[in-house]
Design a protein around this ligand. Structure first.
Ligand SMILES: *[C@@H]1O[C@H](CO)[C@@H](O)[C@H](O)[C@H]1NC(C)=O
Ligand SMILES: *[C@@H]1O[C@H](CO)[C@@H](O)[C@H](O)[C@H]1NC(C)=O
Ligand SMILES: *[C@@H]1O[C@H](CO)[C@@H](O)[C@H](O)[C@H]1NC(C)=O
Ligand SMILES: *[C@@H]1O[C@H](CO)[C@@H](O)[C@H](O)[C@H]1NC(C)=O
Ligand SMILES: *[C@@H]1O[C@H](CO)[C@@H](O)[C@H](O)[C@H]1NC(C)=O
Length: 229
């Protein structure tokens, strides 16, 4: 009797093709968790819906507005009973507009928006301050049920202290009210004071984790020395 199912190698080909097809469709359909963690979809009258419908190549899926590549450009989590934005929130770091109004948010959002450098419109409950404060935004407007923080400022330009980053480092925005100092090419280490390129990747790759922990220890002590001097 001939065995049924996947007999000859040739009969595997259509199976493999079908599997690949299913996988690729599955990938295209997979939404970031942040888009579905709150039930429902973006309401017709929300700012996120307006934004998404204005631009032809963007589509609304669940709570998100996505571009053709599946990048999140808008996120509407209004009325989701959120006490905090949750662990999936960083998935939306590419967003240009985010609505969090009508949520019982607690505490401040200072570190919630790390890396949200594209964000231009943020709608919050009335009682939650715009992250980064008044210096981080062009306009903050209060309404009866919400407030909006609009036009994220480049904190590297507005900060009072122009020397905030070391001599051979430069200031890079890192979200509302947040910045990073990045060492110039050819510099590394504490306050970017060491010269020569540092092959970080090879270093970690070859020497492994034991050496890694020792070098972290050494780095820590050197850093303290550098501070003391
Ligand atoms: C939202 O708008 C679409 C068309 O723009 C309409 O078909 C749909 O019924 C509306 N939904 C609600 C809840 O108003
Ligand atoms: C929030 O959601 C509840 C149901 O979950 C609904 O009854 C209420 O009208 C919504 N409020 C707003 C402002 O959309
Ligand atoms: C903010 O709340 C007001 C009512 O106080 C409402 O009219 C307005 O649409 C809300 N803004 C946004 C962006 O949803
Ligand atoms: C902030 O500084 C950067 C570079 O230093 C510059 O490209 C940008 O236009 C400045 N932005 C504003 C709002 O001044
Ligand atoms: C910055 O780099 C220059 C050379 O490009 C060097 O002379 C100077 O000492 C460096 N500054 C610091 C603080 O390392």
């Amino acid at each position: 009797m001939a065995p049924c199912g996947l007999g000859s190698p040739l009969s595997l080909v259509p199976w493999a093709a079908a599997l690949l097809f299913v996988l690729s469709v599955g990938r295209a359909l997979a939404l970031p968790e942040i888009c579905t963690q709150c039930p429902g979809s973006v309401q017709n009258l929300s700012e996120v819906a307006f934004y998404c419908k204005r631009t032809p190549e963007l589509t609304l899926r669940a709570r998100c507005c996505l571009n053709g590549e599946g990048t999140i450009l808008g996120l509407d989590l209004q009325n989701c009973s959120l006490k905090d934005p949750g662990p999936n929130f960083p998935q939306a770091h590419t967003a240009i507009i985010i609505d969090l109004q009508a949520n019982p948010l607690q505490g401040d959002l200072v570190n919630t928006f790390h890396g949200f450098t594209q964000l231009q419109t943020l709608i919050l409950p009335q009682d939650v301050n715009c992250p980064g404060g008044i210096n981080a935004w062009d306009t903050i407007t209060f309404y009866i049920n919400n407030q909006s923080c609009e036009g994220q400022r480049n904190i590297c330009n507005t900060t009072e202290d122009p020397e905030i980053c070391p001599e051979n480092g430069s200031c890079v925005p890192d979200g509302p009210g947040l910045l990073q100092c990045v060492c110039a090419d050819g510099f590394h280490g504490y306050r970017c004071m060491r010269q020569g390129s540092f092959p970080l990747f090879m270093f970690f790759g070859i020497l492994g984790s034991t050496t890694l922990s020792i070098s972290i220890l050494l780095w820590g002590t050197q850093r303290r020395k550098a501070k003391a001097s």
